[in-house]
Design a binder for this molecule. Sequence first.
Ligand SMILES: *Cc1c(COP(=O)(O)O)cnc(C)c1O
Length: 522
Amino acid sequence: MTDSPAAPTARVDLVEAPDTVLATLAALRTHDAPTHGGRVLSYVYDPGVPELDELAAGAVRAMQPVNGLDPTTFGSVAALERDVVAFARALLGGDDDTVGTVTSGGTESCLLAVQSARDTWLATRGLRPGEARPRLVAPVTVHAAFQKAAHLYGLELDLVPATAAGPSAGAVDAAAIGARFAGALADDVALVVVSAPSYPHAALDPVGDVAALAAGAGLPLHVDACIGGFALPFWPGLPDWDLRVPGVTSLSADLHKYAFAPKGASVLLHRDRDRQRAQYFATTRWPGYPVVNPTLLGSRSGGPLAAAWAILRALGTDGLATLADRARRATLALRDAVDGPDGTGIEGLRVVGSPVGPLLAVATDDAAPADRRVDPHLWADAVAAHGWTLQAQPGLDQADGTRLPHTTHLTVTPVTEGVLGELVPVLRSAADEVRGRPRPDATALLGALPPLDASAVLDSAAAAALLGAVGLGSVVDGSDAEPAPGVGPMAPLLALVESLPAPLVERLLVELLARLVEPRPS
Ligand SMILES: *Cc1c(COP(=O)(O)O)cnc(C)c1O
């Protein structure tokens, strides 16, 4: 650090003492879901190693004043990024020609992969953005970040249905993906995407087979390993799924998931330098400094990069392997708890498909008699009442007429292993509490809604009124002074989400989240 110690210090009268400010912050934090200890099985990735938290905090502090906008001015940024990309490419099957970028997270890595593919597709045809809408082909289980990318970058999203039921539920067939770009159909495809594994059900897509088909058609293939990237390298017995597979042209892996970095760090690798260069934005056509941005942001903190770098250095491949192993043992134990053989599992529930990696989804076991079935969302709410947070996922109607069931998602971390003795009994007793109870019926809630004109554009006031009508008024008007984590029981909310047209629900959720951060009336 070369910050000059000789800089003159100015006196400013503070209106609030730093200690008071920090005390207020700590008080606000007490209402959050716990980030450590394994009670929240999504969003947070706790390695259970307190030194890593301290290390990350120290690294963030050291880099706090640095602007990652310009690695020529702040050479440390370039050095750290080189190290992180080198680590990731060695772990993920790259070689000396593999290049990469540290981004702010999985969404940004996915956005940039799509933008680079779109711009490469356009450039080879002499077209400019807006002059054509190329296709993005992916399984329907691909992360929503790709829907966002298609929306932002003007691509047609061509989603391939997944198997809806049976032992391969959640999986997609390579031939079904390949059929979307067979022969002349390949002409308008800018990118094919598969997941390793998918977030909703932890399905490891058939990377090798899709890569062979994509390469045969001359198409780039992105592997979204945002969640699996730093865990699957340590999973025994998997087929190749990363840059070892010829035909995989780019790959995203989140440092802030199974590399246990604080939020704000992911890596996007490209096999090919030119495709990565297409991801950059550069302009000299303004009267300011020449702009060269590898990512979406301009000025950016060096903190998350430094924290990720520090954690990778401290853990190394061996440390990641040890932690991945803990998460793996915990995942297998949870799978067994739900799905174990000979009546050792939880009656009425089943694990969806054949999950790969430290995550899984749980659905109703339709093979059980109706009065012994367990609804996964009622189960998640019952589990929540015991102090553990699982993630409710809606069902989805697919283009082929089949329906992916509604599920409850569990992301498993190294600390989960240490709390299995508490968690597994809770999973069992919560299922006992709700077994045989049907899923909440959204009809009553729907009945509370005024007649809706599906084509009408809802303004903010109308959207807020609808939220009030379905019982979310206190979230909307801020009368929940000290909100508990979440917005209440998920089962009725998700039932409502599934019974209304998607554009309407999406608008209502926007209103809910937007109202949540509006300043309260003074
Ligand atoms: C988490 C995740 C993303 C998006 O990452 P964010 O860091 O939440 O933006 C993309 N793809 C997969 C498979 C993920 O699990």
